[in-house]
Design a protein around this ligand. Sequence first.
Ligand code: NI
Length: 389
Amino acid sequence: MNGIEMLRDLQREVTEWRRYLHEHPELDYQEHNTAKFVTDKLASFGINHIETGIAETGIVALIQGEGGDGPTIGLRADMDALPIIEASNKPWSSKNPGIMHACGHDGHTAMLLGAAKYLASTRNFKGCVALIFQPAEEPEFPTGGLRMVQEGIMDRFSISQVFGMHNRPGIEIGKFGIRHGAIMGSQDDFDIVVKGRGGHAAHPHRTIDPVVIGAQIIIGLQTLVSRKTDPMETLVISVTKLNAAQAYNVIPDCVTIAGTVRAHSSGLRDFAEREILAVAQGIARGFGADIEFKYCRNVPVTVNHPEETNLAIKAARSLVEAESVNDKMRPSMGAEDFAYMLEARPGAFIFLGNGPTAECHSPAYDFNDEALPYGIGYWVNLVDTVLGA
Ligand code: NI
């Protein structure tokens, strides 16, 4: 097994890469400079099987082990930044105005490159490692992870298991968090158009007022979680958009209501879709109106698979003390598009401590370079754990 000391040498070099990537952030599906940086580095490590242009700017590179035949496992990093004006005040702050690596994907990319350099020089494993550098983790549907799966990377590269990692502010440096089963939520969005009959606001009795009906629907939706789901299960239904008339004296024909649904099971997504429609339609019809309803399933639940989660825990515990790996961390309701890869293949997603930094997606956030050797070491030890001779 590889101790953290062996990776300290790599840390200085990977820190330079990380800060370069931080200075040059790119938005989803536009990671051309980032992809070129990654490709050039991989080639310089002597990795010669590199496929680019997957899902526009995504990359898959293969490192063949020298320990004989074995399966291919996928290690995934994300490369995209966010449309945020940086306020970290770091010397390596973004040089691309209005774009910022505010989620640490610069660190994720740099760590997988660091692991690639190490693994390409040792090749002390059986089978093959597929390095997956994906674009566009952050945007709305369709995300880069989904598109890479749709473009067939799992079959084309014979990937049998897949692993992901994300930094987490608030977890100490050198510590990890993971759990079996659902670790991140699904993300679905819904739109409701309440169709009444508009008119003059002074004569409401001649209208079917969709504003009042819409208000009832919003209240009605609040009872789905509190009254119709098992209190031990996790579901969030948030109404986030509301649009009615543009004047004081007009009752509009229509009101639009929209929001988001987060869940930890696909059954609850089915429930939410069915019940939001039933409540909205029932209330609207009770008042003589009707609705149009659209429910869009975006990112699925990120579900860790049993065997691979055990492998991930074992790999992390071969790097740091057992108690530094929390294998029962609290799940999050945030969504993560690695979920698509976990639907395609068994695997596991782990969190890496980023220390007491600003939260992800904050303008003050910065990836913590002290976490780099732990992330690199996790990847290296994971390969040893899964593919060790
Ligand atoms: Ni992220």
